[in-house]
Ligand binder design. Structure first.
Ligand code: GLN
Length: 184
């Protein structure tokens, strides 16, 4: 049976993620309220604007249900603002501190080819848009990829987070990795 992947759809570029999930033969469900989390095999928190997404999560009472889902072992992928949402200061699910807009104002957006551990077949073409990086992380966090020695791809147990936008680069390998991760 094909897997059911939720994409948090409060704000940001959730549609591109849903498309990628479907391209891989899985089902995608837009998540807007806690009930939408029911029965998911995996969840994606997309890029967007972390301040706006935080307000949406509060408004819909999604923080606790998201934390419960993550702690139950369901695979989760956060990209860009999605990485920020998972950090210590937001949902508190990843043992990381992120620095918002870390690459500076003059380089708000750029692209780079980066090697990501666990992703076979050459570097990923990564699109960074006002991206964060991981400023600090605990021992349970594995760094999978870096730019200028700053972590931009990490894994902690069932959770993956990247600073860039894989959904904009027509590279489905990270989404495929999420689908291969086994929840409980
Ligand atoms: N700069 C945004 C933030 O801080 C993140 C940008 C993105 O998700 N592309 O929330």
């Amino acid at each position: 049976m094909s897997k059911l992947v939720g994409v948090l759809a409060l704000q940001g570029d959730f549609e591109a993620h849903a498309k990628m999930v479907r391209a891989l033969g899985a089902q995608a469900r837009e998540v807007r309220v806690p009930g939408d989390l029911e029965g998911l095999d995996a969840l994606i928190i997309p890029g967007g604007e972390s301040t706006v997404m935080t307000l949406g999560i509060e408004r819909e009472g999604l923080a606790e249900p998201l934390q419960t889902l993550a702690r139950s072992g369901t695979p989760i992928l956060g990209t860009c603002a999605g990485m920020i949402m998972l950090d210590r200061e937001h949902l508190g699910l990843l043992d990381i501190t992120t620095r918002r807009n870390a690459f500076g104002r003059q380089i708000r957006s750029f692209e780079a080819d980066i090697e990501v551990e666990g992703i076979e077949g050459g570097p990923m073409h990564a699109v960074f848009i006002r991206a964060p990086w991981v400023a600090e992380h605990g021992p349970g966090v594995e760094v999978l990829g870096q730019v200028k020695e700053h972590p931009v791809a990490i894994r902690q147990g069932n959770m993956l987070a990247v600073s860039f936008h894989p959904e904009l680069a027509a590279d489905t390998r990270l989404h495929a990795l999420l689908l291969r991760m086994n929840g409980n």
